[in-house]
Ligand binder design. Structure first.
Ligand code: NAD
Ligand code: LMR
Length: 325
């Protein structure tokens, strides 16, 4: 019997990440080489024409797995029956914009999109928020979707995870694949904590293979500020690497993994207040993320985790005060 296509919705489809993402989804890299998909491209009215152009290009690739494309500016249409929702479109911070203004503007996007997911999505919907501030945007969407299991709302720290792998591999002159158990904790922001005390290279603890000064003064800030460094170099935020990380996140969520990093709703593990969408070491089994349990957290890591979690708590308080959740 022919397999029913999986509906994947991408918001901000005409943007940079959208352009780097859509072709990879349609070629089978998001879900697997034997899984047919339909794509829904959600944009704001001014960008619908550009998204239609991308849809024409998708047609022109004649991807065997791509069974349909819709382009719309209506969230209820875009999320109707959606199985995988990639929330990429967001309001960037503009000059002179205060943090509260940014959260308010994004609340105006992620609140209604959460509601549209609540009202229209398939029962098995999985949501990945990429648009910044990703963790708190995911919280806003989740809180506006009370009928969807809370655990289905996640935010992306996989790009940070991949950056950490790459920086450590370069330092130790080892292939990326030799590094296991890398973890990003907390927020997708400059406060995030890339943790080498649980990462392993050839069975040895990564933190013991590098000197402390490099770990503290080079590795952590390089990973945490990489997004800003890319913007400085490219004049635009990371796009292909962000799309690649979104593919990794969803592929592992659906197909399983023993260890990666993802921002998922906290169950209180490792002292992270329940409900915050915070990055953890996670495994995926049976299509569900699970926080890796039982790790010893030393004083250095505790301080770093507490700092990034405090920032998430501040963001949660701010969106509460704005009435967005
Ligand atoms: P972009 O400006 O090129 O594209 C954003 C697109 O979103 C635009 O086409 C815009 O029209 C659309 N959009 C805006 N509001 C929308 C709405 N309400 N519904 C649907 N579409 C809407 O930006 P980009 O480079 O593609 O980046 C997108 C977001 O991803 C940004 O917030 C960026 O900061 C973030 N980002 C996150 C990570 C991460 O690791 N989590 C990495 C890189 C970028
Ligand atoms: C990144 O990590 O590359 C982005 O989140 C940076 C940004 O602010 O868009």
């Amino acid at each position: 019997m022919a397999q029913t296509p999986v509906k994947v919705t991408v918001t901000g489809a005409a943007g940079q990440i959208g352009y780097a993402l859509l072709f990879r989804i349609a070629s089978g890299q998001l879900l697997g080489a034997d899984v047919p998909v339909t794509l829904s491209l959600l944009e704001i009215p001014q960008a619908v024409k550009a998204a239609e152009g991308t849809a024409m290009e998708l047609d022109d690739c004649a991807f065997p797995l791509l069974r349909g494309i819709e382009v719309t500016d209506d969230p209820n249409t875009a999320f109707n029956g959606v199985n995988v929702a990639l929330l990429v479109g967001a309001r960037p911070r503009s000059k002179g914009m205060e943090r509260g203004d940014l959260l308010q503007a994004n609340g105006g996007i992620f609140g209604p999109q959460g509601k549209a997911i609540n009202d229209n999505a398939a029962d098995d919907v999985r949501v990945l928020v990429v648009g910044n501030p990703a963790n708190t945007n995911a919280l806003i969407a989740q809180q506006n979707a009370p009928d969807v299991p809370a655990e289905r709302f996640t935010a992306m720290t996989r790009l940070d995870h991949n950056r950490a792998l790459s920086q450590l591999a370069a330092k130790l002159q080892v292939p990326v694949a030799e590094i296991k158990k890398m973890t990003i904790w907390g927020n997708h922001s400059a406060t995030q904590y890339p943790d080498l005390f649980h990462a392993e290279v050839g069975g040895k603890v990564a933190a013991e293979l590098v000197d402390e000064t490099w770990l503290r003064d080079t590795f952590i800030p390089t990973v945490a500020k990489r997004g800003a460094a890319i913007i400085e170099a490219r004049g635009a935020s990371s796009a292909a690497s962000a799309a690649n990380a979104a593919i990794d996140h969803v592929f592992d969520w659906v197909n399983g993994t023993d260890w990666t990093s993802a921002a998922i709703p906290s169950d209180g593990s490792y002292g992270v207040p329940e409900g915050l969408i915070s990055s953890f070491p996670v495994a995926s089994r049976g299509g569900r993320w699970e926080i890796v349990q039982g790790l010893e957290i030393d004083a250095f890591s505790r301080e770093k985790i507490d700092a990034t979690v405090a920032e998430l708590e501040e963001e949660r308080s701010a969106v509460r005060e704005l009435g967005l959740i």
